[in-house]
Design a protein around this ligand. Structure first.
Ligand SMILES: [Fe+2]
Ligand SMILES: [Fe+2]
Length: 340
């Protein structure tokens, strides 16, 4: 369906919308300036006149290759106990969550959410990263059978496991923020099904490598003459970054951070694809990768154990205790305020 055919119901701007947009644009400009200053202090380089995207790519070139793909913290863990989605013990709430998600994530819905994100900017809140973490702590992920903890503990567990394994600072920062896209839950989501859960491309056939794949039959795109074909609207080799991912916290945070941080490209891939299990862990959808995308796959696979297996770690020190350390990383890679 063409974007114009879905007639997104934009929320009209309030009477003072123009002034809000002006403030919003000023904040963008200020954030960019802060990024440049922060990056120059970090690399001791003169101020470049770069777009945020260029800045991100350059930073990737200089620091993105420092991580190793080996994790040590999880050596003793029984990994068979994680991600059990189709067993008698799987909570019905998790099955219901995925049934709704798979029925509802269509191309049309996806384009609608992207339009809202890009064209209703002034409705999005402005907060620092730490404020966002505190806000998110009120949410428990209903799609996750492996944890009942508040989100701030999961974020700190992920980052602390990376820190113990000696991963670079930018990767620890990614661990700390990787689920902040779940703020969508508070800002305009239709439920939890368009915020959390594994992700997959829309616009092409749903792979059987997705969990509970039989539940996709209720999706209107399942029988679409184009979307139901193996490659759908894409060309093989088009590049993994050029396929449209289902709408949720991964894609949302990626869109937020790609323009408002200097996280390297590998780190942005960790954010964008960390729930894309059929791709990074099951080998599906690989026909869309182009030469060079292996680096992104490797980065996401290096990230995954920390997201998944740190959930059974002991509770980390309190957020107050860890805050000074992580604020140095936040100030280095995504100084606030951020428009979410
Ligand atoms: Fe996540
Ligand atoms: Fe996570």
């Amino acid at each position: 369906m063409a974007p114009s055919a879905i007639s997104p119901p934009y929320t009209p701007l309030p009477p003072n919308g123009k002034s809000l947009d002006t403030i919003s644009d000023s904040i963008d400009a200020l954030n960019l300036l802060k990024l440049q200053i922060s990056r120059n202090a970090f690399h001791n380089e003169p101020t470049p006149s770069s777009t945020p995207q260029e800045l991100s790519r350059k930073t990737s070139f200089s620091v993105g290759s420092e991580f190793t793909t080996v994790s040590s913290f999880d050596a003793e863990k029984d990994k068979s106990q994680f991600r059990q989605y189709d067993t008698p013990e799987t909570p019905q709430s998790v099955i219901d969550e995925y049934t709704t998600q798979h029925k509802s994530q269509t191309v049309a819905y996806n384009l609608l959410q992207r339009n809202k994100f890009h064209f209703n900017k002034s409705a999005r809140p402005v907060m620092t990263v730490w404020e966002a973490m505190e806000k998110l702590d009120k949410l428990i992920d209903p799609s996750d059978p492996d944890t009942n903890e508040g989100q701030i503990i999961h974020l700190l567990q992920t980052a602390e496991a990376m820190r113990r394994d000696g991963k670079p600072q930018w990767m620890q920062l990614v661990g700390l923020i990787h689920d902040l896209g779940k703020l969508l839950f508070f800002y305009g989501s239709a439920g939890t099904w368009d915020v959390v859960g594994d992700t997959f491309p829309v616009g092409c056939a749903f792979s059987d490598a997705n969990i509970l794949p039989h539940t996709f039959t209720a999706n209107p795109d399942f029988n679409d003459p184009i979307y139901s074909t193996e490659n759908g609207i894409y060309e093989p080799g088009c590049g993994i970054e050029n396929i449209i991912m289902s709408w949720g916290h991964d894609e949302y945070l990626y869109l937020v951070m790609k323009d408002q941080s200097c996280i390297p490209r590998e780190g942005l891939a960790m954010i964008r694809y960390h729930s894309f299990y059929p791709w990074h862990s099951k080998g599906a959808y690989r026909q869309f990768m182009k030469k060079g995308d292996e680096v992104l796959l490797e980065a996401v696979q290096a990230f995954n154990p920390y997201d998944l297996y740190s959930k059974s770690d002991e509770a980390p020190p309190s957020a107050d205790e860890l805050k000074p350390y992580y604020m140095t990383l936040i100030n280095k890679f995504c100084p606030g305020p951020i428009q979410w």
